[in-house]
Write a protein that binds this ligand. Structure first.
Ligand code: MTE
Length: 322
């Protein structure tokens, strides 16, 4: 299913409550509409049988008309998703972003598109998103710190956005930069990281149908603590690739220098593909704690999206290119 109106257009009186959102999705799932949509192109993920068994009967079913589905995974609550965050521009504790990000002004907002593109240009946020119908995507998010959530995003497939910018054949990577504004982002007054936060993808990764620009979650505009007004979501990679509050998208020939890789190159690789077989130097990556659950669960290769993304890395040594 596609949300035709943009979040910015939805009056607060019409904002969907979490329970209503879930009920609507259950209704659609029961009516069989989601399966039809999945067959329409963007294929569902290969959720392992053990997972399906473990989670059968686990309340509502997370699903997505985009077809990119954490099939039996239970959605995390709106409260979980918006109060347990990583966003060092607003502090390093999980509760800091919710407490401190509310002061961030997300309108007006401009995104500069530059580098190796036919049409370098600065876009006002509304003009950037206007040409697209927003899509629903339910994705698992696996943080490198070994916790995870299941999040119902709304937004735009990254490849659709990129197509409009017309990158040149010489563009091999794309870099995304967060706002730099220590006045509004108090965490940037301390050199915890090399600001502004930058992340990047290889072009073929960026053009993969699962790569997504989120502008909302649970049918509401993206909360500031989750990266308003727009952030990257790459579900087969560790969460730190999901750069928030993007102000610049740059097409480049060389692999960009990225924030966590600069901070600790032995711990945070450029690729950052979820891989239970390659441990973080200080902890195992074979298991994870799903927020809201008691027992730890096994981490899946490429976060469960291997069927769809493993071919991107054929022939690559995933231990060296971690
Ligand atoms: N983007 C910026 N600009 N600053 C950050 O500190 N943290 C990253 C990523 N994007 C971060 C960021 C990390 S480590 C994770 S796990 C995800 O955001 C968390 O996204 P969430 O808070 O929406 O769950």
């Amino acid at each position: 299913m596609t949300i035709i109106r943009r979040p910015a257009d939805i009056p607060s009186s019409e904002i969907t409550a979490e329970s209503a959102y879930i009920a609507r999705r259950e209704f659609i799932a029961r009516a069989g509409l989601l399966g039809a949509a999945a067959g329409a192109g963007l294929l569902g993920i290969g959720c392992r049988a053990e997972d399906a068994r473990a989670e059968r009967g686990a309340g509502h079913v997370a699903d997505s008309a985009g077809g990119t589905v954490a099939s039996q995974d239970k959605l995390n609550s709106y409260e979980d998703i918006t109060s347990y965050n990583n966003y060092y521009e607003f502090g390093t504790d999980k509760s800091d972003p919710k407490d401190n990000a509310q002061q961030l002004r997300t309108r007006p907002w401009t995104v500069a598109v530059d580098g190796l593109v036919k049409k370098p240009k600065s876009y006002a946020f509304d003009d950037l998103v206007k040409p697209y119908k927003l899509e629903d995507r339910v994705y698992r998010l696996r943080c490198v710190e070994a916790w995870s959530m299941v999040i119902p995003w709304q937004g735009i497939p990254l490849r659709d956005m990129i197509a409009r910018f017309e990158p040149l054949p010489s563009a091999k990577f794309v870099a995304f930069t967060t706002l730099l504004d220590p006045q509004q982002m108090p965490g940037q007054r301390r050199r915890v990281l090399d600001w502004p936060y930058v992340e990047g993808l290889r072009m073929d990764e960026a053009m993969h149908p699962l790569a997504f620009i989120a502008t909302g979650l649970y049918g509401k505009p993206l909360p500031n603590q989750n990266g308003a007004p727009l952030r990257l979501v790459v579900p087969w990679k560790y969460g730190f690739k999901g750069v928030k509050a993007i102000v610049k998208i740059s097409f480049v020939a060389e692999q960009p220098r990225t924030t966590w890789n600069i901070a600790a190159p032995d711990e945070y690789g450029f690729y950052a593909n979820v891989n239970p077989e390659v441990d973080h130097p200080r902890w195992t990556q074979s298991r994870e704690r799903r927020i809201g659950e008691f027992r730890r669960r096994e981490t899946l290769m490429f976060n469960g999206y291997a069927d769809q993304v493993a071919s991107l890395y054929r022939g690559m040594d995933l231990r060296r290119n971690f």
